[in-house]
Write a protein that binds this ligand. Sequence first.
Ligand code: GYE
Length: 327
Amino acid sequence: MKRLAVLFAVLAVAVAAVILMLPRGPEGGDKGAERPIILGFSQLGSESGWRIGNTRSVITAAQRAGVQLMFKNAEQKQENQIDAIRSFIAYQVDVIAFAPIVEDGWDNVLREAKDAGIPVICSDRSVILEDDSLITGFVGSDFYLEGVRAGEYLLKKMADAPGPVRIAEISGTIDSTPMRYRALGFRDIIKDDPLFEIVYSQSGDFLRSRGKEVMEDILITAGPVDVLYSHNDSMTLGAIETIEQKGLNPGKDMVIISVDGEQGAIDLLKQGKINCVVECTPMLCDMIMDLAQRLARGETIDRITYSEETVFSDFDPDVLSIPPRWY
Ligand code: GYE
């Protein structure tokens, strides 16, 4: 996975370098002529299999659509994303898309983009703004629905539970959209049934290494838990390492619910070590290219475009025939 991340980083730098050397039309800003549109894309990092898949999606979708891509990876730092957006503005790209690491703190830089006349799309995660017109649209998943789906699976799984169900949660990056809404949707489903209790919740920052560590803490401090609800597959894979190291059987001694649907998690679902994977697809970027091209032509776009997703679980009789995943 690390090697893949490095490969994409190198690829992205090369793509950006080539783009920077390309002529931009007679006055450097020949909008509307035959040249391909230029999209500045600020990726937030490389924290998970999902993110690697998303980066791959940006690069291949841009090639397919004939969009010139300026790609920057912020390595998990909001200030790097702000710098990236400022550099896209300075370069006068046609459209900016970015995957905001957290929801707050974007007003100033997005005002600068608006003042420069550059439309901005939120990819994957969302933002909280004083002035909503600073963003033209959002493309990504309905994270609240993902949380609801995780909760609904649990209600069904525990329908015959004889006593209290003790749940540990490993959540995503604090103040990020998926973290907030995966937590909220899940709670809204289980809150009316006194049988269910979240006895532990801590962020694992969407990282496999943190998932492993937080799981150690759960086993030491939370007492016996019946369920692990983890906000992404990377953390789940880390947590399962810990569970197995402690001699427990994931999927049997503890119900494991995860989100994303990357290959590693689907493999463990097939082996019975994960019980449910709520799908969240990173393959968003054909949609983003389409919207970017429409914005560059001066068209308006929908405020929200959700991707279509499903749930994979041990209730599915065809679980073994889930086809290979693409990330
Ligand atoms: O679930 C996780 C990634 O924002 C939807 O971020 C994305 C989440 C995804 O690190 O794996």
